[in-house]
Design a protein around this ligand. Structure first.
Ligand SMILES: *[C@@H]1O[C@H](CO)[C@@H](O)[C@H](O)[C@H]1NC(C)=O
Ligand SMILES: *[C@@H]1O[C@H](CO)[C@@H](O)[C@H](O)[C@H]1NC(C)=O
Ligand SMILES: *[C@@H]1O[C@H](CO)[C@@H](O)[C@H](O)[C@H]1NC(C)=O
Ligand SMILES: *[C@@H]1O[C@H](CO)[C@@H](O)[C@H](O)[C@H]1NC(C)=O
Length: 808
């Protein structure tokens, strides 16, 4: 407040002075220095910056990170965000090579003109109404860079909000003016370091409907937001999740205009929408604790929906570390900063097809090309249908044409010619079809050992998968037939409070206190030991509680604590679980009575918890985010098989909402950065917590062994996750581990576990693997790369800000 008014006091009178000076012809440079203004006498050049009154935005010359060293752009960026984030770029296609000899000036006709190092105008505002009144360029606190009359600052002759680049700021209209034809749309950058227009754009429907169209190369429509319903676009239901206190929307469609606008609560979040180089519009908010932008909306949600995003002969896999990968028989032909959406950035054949002009120089009888089956979510849509009676005939139709690259046969024969694009890996929701890809015969004749192993592996895994599906199906069928008697609420027993008093000897044998209440030991009439949890602070009504509990009751997995029954009488809410004789994991790792578990036991625990979480996230009917993964919530049975407890107590999330705003829960030390920023939470928050816990399982110590006296020594040097992440590339992590704990350890497993843990705690949740992937990695089915050092943890460690206190 104080800062703002001081700035006001200094800046505003200078306009008056400027006006006086301009009209009286007296120019005194010292008096005219307005920090947010470019004027006739004060061009913008070199490293001078304009800063808006409240200090929120700046204008100046910038050079993209990772870009060519001598390419500079005139841009507007967030002045208070330490990571330089351009929100508007003037000379997108015409970089300048030297800001010192370039300048943004007010020309004689009142326009703003950017002159490059050889004094050629390379960008200009194009106002035609010639005015004799002096004009100035001002950067406003909204991020709008405007050209106005010096005599009337609210009369915008030109504004950057009318010519957005890839970023759409709060308060700016995105849409078109039906009278003037002005079309405000977003166009992606070409690459992450090149602001020139890329292939992807988004603009409002000019046909009059209330929706936005996504286009590739200004032609191919690849996605639409769906119509505006008043609270959200029908294709983006997540929009309705954010409270009005953070984000409000405004849709206007009248005689003059059709536009969409949003506003944010600036005291709470710094946010923007941008069309990313990968063809998705993402809403991101600045997260102080991570020193980075964190996405809270993605449109479209699925990366692989984006047209041609991976180029040719490449397959897009949702939520993978790198979502584009070459299909078998092809290799990558791009490097460095990737231009997404470009045909030439895809993959190339390793071995050319002999019929492609190379027959002559091969031996007299060229071997016939072969095909392999590739599983895809959907068949690519540029197929040609031909008549064929069988799979074999369809295949021969393809072989007969040299440009035919793939076929698929199911009643009809579909052929694809030339480049294959938009291949997407199957997912849970679309299990997929097979397309047969043509490769030269030599690609089949001498498969390398690893390829063979891989294929066999896939077959075995596939076999096991099919077998387990059959078994599960059988099990479900038998279960449905033969159970269902004398149990209430599905498979759950409904207890009376009085019964539970008996079962627990009037709640006398206390096992512990968890995040949701106190747990007591009990014995059922048939001798079964149970853990009885008296919940506190549950304000839910009886009906909602029953609904949630019965959903939770249906979630059954060997690595999840089994809910046996419950009691709901007035405000008393009690859950009855199976009893775990070995208690919770923390007892074995920390504290005075710790018992060192062998490495193989710890690895089994890590794997088991991963399986349990993967089940919660991916396999049950509605995705359950645990929200509070920590050793205290991992219980061990008699043979140290881990079972996750307390799941389903956090909000249940429907399948269509990958994110949900939840009130801050969980335990600091295991909390993903997105919790702290107040942005939406996905299953990846659990992945983060799992990663933090995995570090503890590996080290056998708390990550934050922070006693009162050690506060000062706690730093990057002692913060185990950062230490591990830094040492991993050098390969000498063994020295960091407790000798006694790893003496019999399988060192490959230790290293693998360290890598997984590091990937899980990445700042950007998109970089974190899914729990399903973690399971595969820990089982040795998939290999992974070296992870980068998670920046947010490093910062946290450097600042020694952590404490292991419980929040709420
Ligand atoms: C500037 O405006 C004039 C008249 O409106 C138009 O003809 C011209 O194409 C514009 N130039 C640029 C570079 O936009
Ligand atoms: C400044 O310009 C605005 C917009 O054109 C106009 O509404 C307003 O009356 C002008 N103010 C003065 C003092 O001329
Ligand atoms: C993209 O559009 C431009 C202009 O319409 C066209 O010349 C070009 O061939 C298109 N690119 C591709 C790869 O289709
Ligand atoms: C065809 O043969 C030429 C010369 O032998 C070779 O350079 C080229 O890579 C081959 N093309 C393919 C598609 O294999």
């Amino acid at each position: 407040m104080a800062a703002a008014s001081i700035a006001l006091g200094i800046v505003r009178p200078s306009y008056l002075l400027l006006l006086l000076a301009a009209t009286s012809g007296i120019v005194s440079p010292l008096l005219l220095q307005a920090t947010d203004t470019v004027s006739r006498s004060h061009p913008l050049s070199g490293d001078r910056r304009l800063v808006s009154q409240g200090g929120k935005f700046a204008v100046g010359f910038f050079k993209p990170v990772g870009g060519t060293p001598d390419k500079w752009y005139l841009a507007v960026w967030f002045n208070k965000v330490p990571k330089l984030t351009p929100v508007w770029v003037a000379n997108r296609v015409a970089p300048i090579s030297d800001p010192k000899s370039s300048a943004l000036r007010i020309s004689d006709d009142g326009n703003m003109v950017l002159y490059n190092q050889i004094n050629s105008p390379i960008w200009f505002t194009n106002i035609t109404s010639s005015t004799s009144n002096p004009t100035i360029g001002v950067i406003l606190d909204t991020g709008n860079f405007v050209l106005t009359l010096a005599s009337n600052l609210t009369n915008f002759l030109w504004q950057s909000f009318d010519e957005p680049t890839n970023v759409w700021l709060p308060g700016a209209k995105l849409g078109w003016n039906k009278i003037t034809g002005l079309n405000r749309r977003l166009v992606s950058w070409k690459t992450s370091s090149d602001p020139s227009p890329g292939y992807y754009s988004v603009e409002i429907d000019h046909g009059g409907s209330n929706q936005f169209f996504y286009r590739w190369n200004n032609s191919e429509n690849y996605w639409t937001t769906g119509s505006w319903t008043g609270t959200m676009f029908s294709g983006v239901p997540e929009m309705a999740l954010y409270p009005k206190s953070l984000l409000t929307y405004e849709y206007v469609n009248n005689e003059q205009e059709n536009y969409f606008m949003y506003r944010t609560n600036e005291s709470k979040i710094v946010a923007m929408f941008s069309m990313e180089v990968v063809g998705q519009v993402k809403a991101v908010s600045w997260m102080e604790s991570a020193q980075d932008w964190v996405p809270f909306l993605a449109m479209p949600k699925a990366q692989c929906t984006v047209y041609l995003v991976c180029g040719t002969f490449s397959i897009c896999t949702e939520n993978a570390f790198t979502f584009c990968s070459c299909i078998r028989g092809f290799s990558q032909q791009y490097g460095g900063d990737r231009l997404y959406g470009n045909l030439t950035e895809g993959c190339m054949r390793n071995v050319g097809l002999p019929c492609a002009g190379n027959r002559s120089n091969s031996s007299k009888k060229a071997k016939v090309d072969g095909f392999y089956a590739l599983a895809v979510a959907n068949l690519p849509n540029n197929a040609w249908s031909v008549a064929a009676a069988s799979d074999n005939e369809c295949k021969h139709n393809c072989l007969n044409n040299c440009t035919c690259t793939a076929y698929s046969y199911s009643d009809t024969c579909s052929l694809w010619y030339g480049d294959l694009i938009n291949l997407v890996s199957p997912t849970d929701s679309s299990p997929g079809q097979s397309i047969y890809i043509r490769l030269a015969a030599s690609e089949f004749s001498s498969p390398t050992k690893t390829k063979k192993a891989l294929v066999t592996g896939t077959v075995i895994v596939g076999g096991i998968f099919v077998l387990s599906i059959v078994l599960i199906a059988l099990w479900i069928v038998t279960k449905c037939r033969f159970s269902s008697v004398n149990k209430v609420e599905g498979s759950l027993i409904l207890f009376k409070y009085r019964d539970l008093q008996n079962v627990t000897k009037n709640f006398s044998d206390r096992l512990g206190k968890g995040s949701f209440g106190t747990v007591y030991k009990g014995v059922l009439a048939d001798g079964t030991l149970v853990a009885v949890k008296k919940l506190d602070g549950i304000s839910q009504g009886d009906k909602e509680f029953r609904a949630e509990v019965s959903t939770t009751g249906t979630v059954q997995h060997v690595n999840l604590i089994r809910l046996l029954g419950f009691c709901s009488e007035r405000s008393l809410k009690i859950l009855v679980y199976e009893y775990m004789p070995n208690g919770s994991l923390d007892r074995y790792m920390f504290g005075s009575n710790r018992v060192a578990l062998s490495w193989s036991t710890r690895y089994q625990i890590a794997l088991g918890v991963a399986k349990g979480l993967a089940y919660l996230h991916e396999k049950c009917r509605s995705c359950i985010i645990h929200c509070d993964i920590k050793p205290e919530n991992v219980l061990l049975d008699a043979s140290f098989l881990p079972k996750i407890s307390d799941f389903g107590l956090a909000k249940l999330v429907g399948r269509d909402f990958s994110r949900v705003l939840t009130t801050l829960r969980g335990t600091i030390g295991y909390l993903a950065p997105e919790w702290i920023s107040g942005t939406a939470i996905t299953a990846k928050a659990d992945v983060f917590s799992y990663g933090m816990m995995l570090f503890e399982i590996i080290s056998g110590k708390r990550n934050l062994e922070q006693s009162e006296q050690s506060t000062e020594t706690f730093s990057t040097e002692t913060f185990f996750p950062v230490l591990i992440a830094k040492r991993l590339p050098e390969g000498n992590i063994q020295a960091l581990l407790d000798y006694e704990l790893t003496v019999n350890a399988n060192f490959n497993e230790v290293e693998m576990a360290c890598k997984v843990a590091c990937w899980c705690v990445q700042d950007d949740e998109n970089s974190r693997p899914t729990m399903g992937e973690v399971v595969q990695i820990l089982e040795g089915l998939v290999d992974i790369n070296l992870p980068p050092v998670p920046r947010c943890l490093q910062i946290v460690a450097d600042r020694a800000l952590f404490s292991s206190h419980e929040v709420q």
